[in-house]
Ligand binder design. Structure first.
Ligand code: HEC
Ligand code: HEC
Ligand code: HEC
Ligand code: HEC
Ligand code: HEC
Length: 221
């Protein structure tokens, strides 16, 4: 746009710089501007990609724990193992004592459970890899979401169908805010919080007094 022809628009004034110097000037400005805008934009865009956030990508775990068997086939409620979620910011992962409550009897010789037994008798907790994480500068609290009727499946997806848990939500600020601005469609009765298959029927009217705050200090304290 400014290259070449720019000088010819001002024929009466003798240009201070030659036509080609002018073109080089504008070209370098353009490159600098593109780099200044482009690189951070690229970095930000990259940080948001499912690849960088780990979305849809299960990390390897020390024990082949399968939610499909435990939740679907055996009908164990989420809160049996993630009880903290009801009362605390963190949902937490169960201790090996919880596993051994069943596995001292069931599959007690399974090689797949060797590490669980070793952990239980040796007192060393199993170090599970985190799937869903927030940066340190973000405050999140499970208990308020459950108390107001947001179900596990809304944020974590069909965990009962996952051989290995992976994150389904983008977990970005926009994702949080999209719901905080308009929560009604995401609410359910409190007795359906851990139900993976519940859908809103005509009979269900969500409460109208649920208003998640959107001011910065809600999530950044
Ligand atoms: C028998 C115990 C048990 C039950 C029942 C159970 N979980 Fe888990 N859950 C675990 C263990 C152990 C892990 C850690 C290993 C893994 O990620 O698979 C885990 C991990 C998770 C994670 C990933 C944690 C992270 O780091 O982000 C989510 C999400 C989760 N469970 C949700 C659920 C939901 C939803 C239900 C009910 C549908 C449920 N769990 C039922 C034991 C259980
Ligand atoms: C409103 C969205 C939302 C709902 C509802 C929700 N979670 Fe989470 N969950 C998250 C986020 C975000 C994290 C990461 C928290 C962090 O890193 O501080 C997380 C982390 C977890 C973890 C990893 C351990 C931990 O506590 O950080 C487990 C396990 C888990 N959730 C299970 C559950 C279960 C079970 C339910 C339902 C009873 C549930 N979640 C409901 C958003 C949600
Ligand atoms: C309420 C009972 C119960 C609890 C608690 C429980 N499990 Fe299980 N688990 C079972 C049953 C039942 C099976 C058999 C599942 C099937 O094949 O349908 C099983 C199967 C397994 C298997 C597969 C064993 C094999 O050789 O195929 C592993 C691994 C396992 N559980 C790990 C764990 C871990 C780790 C915990 C604790 C976080 C845990 N379980 C807690 C009931 C339980
Ligand atoms: C699917 C809907 C939904 C999503 C997604 C969601 N929230 Fe919420 N959030 C709610 C609801 C509903 C409340 C409770 C509002 C009320 O008390 O009336 C709430 C409340 C909160 C509160 C407590 C506010 C207070 O002080 O009373 C915090 C903190 C919060 N959310 C953080 C987050 C963060 C961080 C994320 C993203 C990682 C997130 N939320 C994602 C629906 C959601
Ligand atoms: C409902 C929760 C919530 C609210 C409200 C919220 N944030 Fe965030 N914010 C997040 C989460 C989650 C992240 C980290 C995830 C990500 O990278 O997008 C984040 C990240 C950020 C970052 C880091 C840069 C970035 O984009 O990753 C900045 C800066 C920020 N927030 C500023 C703000 C400001 C300013 C406000 C008020 C206008 C605000 N936030 C309100 C949840 C929230």
């Amino acid at each position: 746009m400014h290259s070449g022809g720019a000088g010819s628009l001002r024929p009466t004034v003798k240009p201070l710089f030659s036509e080609s110097a002018n073109a080089i000037y504008w070209l370098s400005i353009a490159i600098l501007a593109a780099a200044a805008v482009g690189l951070p934009a690229l970095a930000i865009a990259w940080a948001r990609t499912p690849y960088a956030t780990g979305q849809n990508e299960p990390p390897p775990q020390p024990v082949k724990f399968d939610h499909r068997h435990h939740v679907r086939d055996d009908g164990i409620d989420c809160l049996y193992c993630h009880a903290e979620a009801q009362i605390a910011p963190r949902a937490g992962v169960p201790s090996t004592a919880t596993c051994m409550g069943c596995h001292a009897q069931i599959w007690s010789d399974s090689p797949n459970l060797a590490l669980v037994r070793a952990s239980y008798f040796g007192g060393e907790p199993i170090v599970w890899r985190r799937v869903t994480t927030m940066p340190d500068f973000v405050f999140f609290d499970h208990s308020i979401h459950l108390a107001k009727g947001v179900g596990c499946v809304t944020c974590h997806g069909r965990v009962d169908e996952m051989a290995q848990v992976y994150a389904v939500a983008p977990l970005t600020m926009r994702w949080c805010l999209d719901c905080h601005r308009n929560p009604t469609a995401h609410l359910r009765p409190l007795d359906a919080i851990t139900d993976m298959e519940w859908t809103a029927g005509a009979a269900y009217t969500p409460p109208s007094d649920v208003r998640p705050p959107t001011d910065c200090t809600t999530c950044h304290r």
